[in-house]
Design a protein around this ligand. Structure first.
Ligand SMILES: [Zn+2]
Length: 214
């Protein structure tokens, strides 16, 4: 059975390939004599002499399934394996807090221009308290007020700011039975709260643009 069509201004009678012989034709056109050409060239090569319904779909499928082509395929961004599960922390919730100070937030004079930010290491629970200034006394008071609800953590991660390394904060930590862990200087990536602070700053700046007077 033939199918008549016009190719390059000439009438061509193409053989209609029965279903049982199609796979052999695709293998021949792509693999054995086709040197593993792409879908487009394989399709062209078959289309000159043969006619099959759903030719495009079948050729795409058979080229994709070719084992040799798969092994030599370029690596694209689609081949990146997504990280399905992050690093799961086995520590109990509220046993390790990151603490850091944020501010000054505004250039103009504001009542609360700074904030102390807390982040739980396990459940990533964030908490921020606005402050008028970042003295050690204010920081200790806010730590105590949060830990009244969440229980005192066994360890706290901080940077080397004066209000955390000071005598008052050290004595406060000693009395409540909490071990401070100070980050290496000039390595803020050790303190994962920095990411939270960035998010908070972006939130505050967006709200401040919407309500500039309040
Ligand atoms: Zn191939």
């Amino acid at each position: 059975m033939y199918h008549r069509t016009r190719i390059l201004d000439r009438d061509v009678d193409r053989i209609v390939v029965p279903e049982s012989r199609r796979q052999a034709l695709y293998d021949l056109a792509h693999g054995q004599v086709g040197c593993h050409f792409s879908v487009h060239k394989t399709k062209q090569r078959i289309g000159l002499n043969f006619m099959c319904p759903n030719l495009v779909r079948d050729v795409v499928y058979s080229c994709k399934c070719c084992e040799l082509c798969q092994k030599r395929a370029r690596i694209t961004y689609r081949d990146c394996v997504p990280i399905e599960v992050g690093v799961v922390s086995m520590e109990p919730v509220f046993s390790f807090f990151y603490v850091d100070c944020m501010g000054p937030l505004f250039n103009s004079k504001a009542q609360y221009n700074c904030a102390i930010v807390f982040l739980d290491k396990t459940c990533r629970f964030p908490h921020a308290v606005p402050l008028s200034n970042l003295t050690a006394k204010h920081c200790c008071e806010d730590m105590l007020s949060l830990w009244q609800f969440t229980d005192v953590p066994s360890r706290v991660g901080m940077d080397n700011a004066n209000n955390f390394t000071g005598e008052l904060t050290r004595e406060f930590m000693r009395r409540i039975g909490c071990a401070p862990i100070f980050c290496t200087p000039c390595h803020p990536e050790a303190n994962s709260i920095e990411r939270t602070i960035d998010t908070l700053k972006s939130l505050i700046s967006k709200v401040a643009q919407e309500y500039p007077r309040s």
